[in-house]
Design a protein around this ligand. Structure first.
Ligand code: CP3
Length: 333
């Protein structure tokens, strides 16, 4: 069994698996080389040969325990026929959401639009570089996708004043999202993904009162679905304050934590396997500091099933040597 599954399924504490969110990305010169020639990000995600090659790039350099497929959570709205593009130094820009159109879309049309993602998973999971490692598939959580689809840009730029105005639109969109997220998850698993991670990057925007409607219930539905497919599911509700509540209600197989939450408190309160936590900014400091901070997480979780990762994606300005140092350090711990 792959080390990550040993942690999630068998609750092993004597293996220290590591993978890193955004491990395939702009901090790697070999990625930037491909990206330079492929200016349309969505098209790049839809090129199975290039996206599988990019997925494997970090595994050629570092002894990571997982390949996370090079794709994006916004491939889902793309598959639903909503326009998605990426503007440099700004982030994603989406076209107007058309409820009528997304409600009418059938499964076959959706699968056809995102099919290369599944082909890439198939290629990656069959490659020798992923032998005894986990191929991780992923989706955005319903809430985070709803945010992008209605807001049409990152809420980091600005959240529309009237975001919550149209209740009918919100509720109908959540229903459509649940249907197509299940299809997207099932196809990733059938193509070779052996773990699913659900990214809820904007869970932290909501107050405690709104979490049940937009985060807990829609995510629980997905988690229960992934479990019926005999596949472990990791949830990452970035920015929430009460991870304990989240775990008790949503019941993922493992929980990924962000860098704002106190890991000591998490270790005490949470019984399921934990992943992540360290701030990506630590990789921009010195090797001594990196060693100290990584050791802090490893020490805290030394008797707890733990998968090393960061508390958010690796930053583009990271020096690959620092990543190398981190992976070796975790392996030698
Ligand atoms: O982790 C991996 O290596 C796998 C690939 C992956 C990408 N995006 C590739 C990507 C994954 C798992 C994602 C998830 C994703 N995408 C999330 C959830 C995690 C998070 O970051 O909170 C979100 C919110 C998105 C939406 C998205 N995609 C944004 C906001 C951006 C622009 C911001 C940025 O970093 O430029 C993207 C683009 C994107 N997705 C890039 C990569 C490598 C950068 C593309 C580039 O310009 O080269």
């Amino acid at each position: 069994m792959s080390p990550i599954k040993e942690v999630i399924i068998n609750n092993k504490t004597n293996v220290n698996p590591i993978w890193i969110m955004r491990q395939a990305g702009r901090y790697l010169p070999e990625f930037r080389e491909i990206r330079k020639k492929n200016t349309d990000f969505i098209k790049l995600c839809l090129n199975q040969n290039l996206s599988s090659e990019i997925t494997l790039q970090p595994l050629k350099r570092f002894e990571l325990d997982a390949a996370i497929i090079f794709s994006d959570i916004l491939m889902l709205p793309y598959g639903l026929n909503q326009k998605v593009s990426f503007k440099k130094n700004f982030g994603p820009i989406l076209g107007q959401l058309n409820l009528n159109e997304i409600s009418k879309l059938d499964d076959v049309d959706f699968v056809e639009r995102v099919y290369p993602v599944y082909k890439a998973i198939d290629l990656v999971s069959k490659n020798d570089l992923t032998k005894n490692k986990s191929t991780i598939g992923f989706v955005g959580a319903p809430w985070t996708l709803l945010v992008y689809m209605i807001n049409q840009q990152s809420p980091k730029v600005k959240l529309k004043d009237n975001f919550f105005k149209d209740n009918f639109l919100i509720n109908r969109t959540l229903v459509v999202l649940e249907k197509f997220l299940k299809i997207h998850i099932k196809n990733q698993i059938e193509s070779g993904a052996e773990i699913i991670q659900i990214f809820d990057s904007w869970a932290g925007l909501l107050s405690e009162n709104d979490l049940p409607n937009y985060v807990y219930i829609p995510t629980l539905n997905l988690v229960e679905y992934v479990k019926t497919l005999n596949t472990p599911v990791i949830c990452f509700p970035r920015g929430i304050k009460n991870y304990k509540n989240y775990c008790e209600i949503v019941k993922p197989d493992a929980i990924c934590i962000d860098y704002e939450i106190d890991p000591v408190q998490i270790e005490k309160e949470i019984k399921i396997p934990v992943q992540g936590g360290m701030s990506p900014k630590i990789l921009l400091t010195s090797k001594e500091n990196l060693k100290k901070e990584a050791k802090k997480y490893l020490d805290i979780f030394k008797d707890h099933p733990y998968i090393f990762n960061l508390g958010h994606g690796v930053l583009p300005e990271t020096n690959p040597d620092m990543m190398d140092y981190l992976v070796k350090m975790v392996k030698d711990y």
